[in-house]
Design a protein around this ligand. Structure first.
Ligand code: ZN
Length: 92
């Protein structure tokens, strides 16, 4: 027999997901721009972008950029910040 509490939790989770989806839609309707140290400015245009952005934020760690020596939040396998990567790309 399943404990009663389990069913309640399942429903609650579904409700939360629904609410979360609405929050995301609302955020997207404002055409958000977000900045992070990995990629610089983000144009967030879809729920996938938003999820990806949050994923990147979650995985980022505090590190010192090898090039500009700033303390930044970047993905563990990166060793330079987005600004430096951009400069290198543009050949500064
Ligand atoms: Zn840097």
């Amino acid at each position: 027999m399943k404990p009663r509490g389990m069913q309640g939790t399942g429903l609650q989770k579904k409700d939360q997901e629904k609410k979360w989806a609405e929050v995301k839609k609302q955020v997207l309707s404002q055409k958000p721009m977000a900045y992070d140290d990995n990629f610089g400015w983000w144009n967030i245009e879809s729920i996938e972008d938003l999820d990806f952005y949050h994923d990147v934020q979650r995985q980022s760690v505090e590190k010192r950029c090898r090039r500009c020596d700033r303390l930044v939040r970047i993905l563990p396998h990166y060793d330079i910040c987005g600004t430096c990567a951009d400069h290198i790309e543009k050949g500064y």
